[in-house]
Design a protein around this ligand. Structure first.
Ligand SMILES: Cc1ncc(COP(=O)(O)O)c(C=O)c1O
Length: 403
């Protein structure tokens, strides 16, 4: 089996690193770092407004990045791809634009699941505060999927937006979102948080039949600072821009302005051109290793090993997430009784093992499960069986020492 660690420069400088925090952010492949350096030194300039070669070269790269992203998620065209700064910013932008469009009014409801990341909760809370709309949370079932009976009970004519994650960043469960569209009205907006989906499997906006989706490039082996908002072309066209400025207009007079065409009306100011180039390079990297099939094949034995280790683990450590290999991402969140999670994370860090502890920006889920926090280990393409074993060996020692 190929050792993907060779593709990531951090292992040259930190050969003993056990990086199990990919759900927070993915390490960067050498090919992405090199593509960014090459672009920055050979082709970089501002886009849209330059007639000179460098500006044109940059513009071609930026447009190509949009096409690559559209292709990655099976959008109909790159006009449906808006670049923002991260997932959080993408949804805040959408929520504001929906508000400006008058799509939501007092007493309307937004349906979410209890497993949402705060990025898919707080922007809606802000709308609720301002507009008097209501947020309604759907439960998850024993398999950690959406509880579709609870969904059917809570969905009614007042629900104007259904906003669900495709994959929980705590449980790793891949929700069966293809079930949602047939359960909701054609005019209910279906918004998907694809932040943990796009790094893990071929997330397809058309087969899910969603209206909007958003994700963040840094979890997909690209740079930080680039978020992606997908929207159906018709809807993006109808949405008034939430922010305005240069680059997003056709013309500006003293009295009024004319927004630009799609997708630029939603991208005021200079975009993250370098981030866009890094996303193209990250998508090329994925293609070069065999795409999502390779990601799934690499993940399987690691999740199997983790579940095996947990079967015979000498302490009462519980998983918040399915004890199954299929239908999940490589995210393993552990409830560890009797030990301070921060001390445990420190203990692991002293042994070069990077994990994350806390509520993982998913407090509604923690409350639903009745726990304060969890220790999350999450894998990337560079993770190995030895990483998993070192993690569980150290976890055992840590509990013994600190418990
Ligand atoms: C499911 C999910 N949604 C949204 C986000 C927010 O991503 P960002 O911090 O890049 O905006 C994360 C990040 O952990 C996530 O896991």
């Amino acid at each position: 089996m190929r050792d993907y660690k060779n593709d990531f420069g951090v292992y040259d400088t930190h050969p003993d690193l056990v990086y199990l925090d990919t759900t927070a952010t993915a390490l960067k492949p050498k090919s992405v770092v090199e593509a960014v350096a090459r672009f920055s030194t050979e082709e970089y300039a501002n886009i849209h407004r330059g007639a000179y070669d460098l500006s044109e070269a940059s513009e071609i790269r930026y447009e190509q990045s949009k096409k690559d992203t559209a292709h990655l998620i099976n959008a109909e065209s790159s006009a449906e791809i808006v670049y923002t700064y991260n997932s959080t910013y993408a949804l805040n932008y959408l929520a504001l634009a929906l508000r400006r469009a008058g799509r939501l009014a007092r007493w309307d409801r937004i349906l979410l699941s209890v497993a949402e990341h705060h990025a898919n909760v707080v922007p809606w809370h802000i709308l609720a505060e301002d507009l008097g709309i209501e947020l309604v949370f759907v439960d998850i079932d024993e398999e950690y999927d959406i509880d579709y009976d609870d969904f059917a009970r809570k969905y009614d004519a007042r629900v104007k937006v259904v906003a669900l994650t495709a994959v929980s960043n705590v449980t790793g469960k891949i929700f069966s979102l293809e079930k949602i569209r047939p359960m909701i009205g054609a005019d209910t907006l279906f918004v998907v948080d694809a932040s943990q989906a796009v790094p893990n499997y071929a997330f397809d906006v058309q087969s899910i039949d969603c209206d909007f989706a958003f994700f963040t490039a840094h979890k997909l082996y690209a740079e930080t600072g680039l978020g992606i908002l997908y929207g159906r072309e018709r809807l993006l066209r109808e949405l008034p821009p939430a922010f305005g400025g240069g680059g997003a207009i056709n013309w500006v007079h003293e009295e009024r302005y004319m927004p630009a065409g799609l997708p630029y009306r939603h991208e005021p100011g200079t975009p993250h051109i370098i981030g866009a180039v890094s996303l193209s390079a990250a998508i090329s990297y994925l293609d070069s290793i065999g795409g999502y099939d390779t990601i799934a094949a690499a993940k399987k034995p690691l999740v199997e090993r983790a579940l095996e280790r947990l079967e015979s683990f000498p302490y009462a450590v519980e998983l918040i997430g399915p004890r199954a290999v299929e239908g999940r991402a490589g995210v393993l969140s552990h409830v560890v009784p009797g030990v301070h999670l921060a001390d445990l994370a420190e203990f692991l860090a002293e042994r070069d093992i990077c994990v994350r502890v806390g509520h993982h920006c998913a407090e509604p889920l923690m409350r639903f499960r009745g726990v304060a926090g969890a220790l999350r280990a999450s894998i990337g393409i560079y993770s190995t069986l030895s990483d998993i074993d070192r993690f569980y060996d150290a976890l055992e020692q840590g509990i013994k020492t600190l418990g």
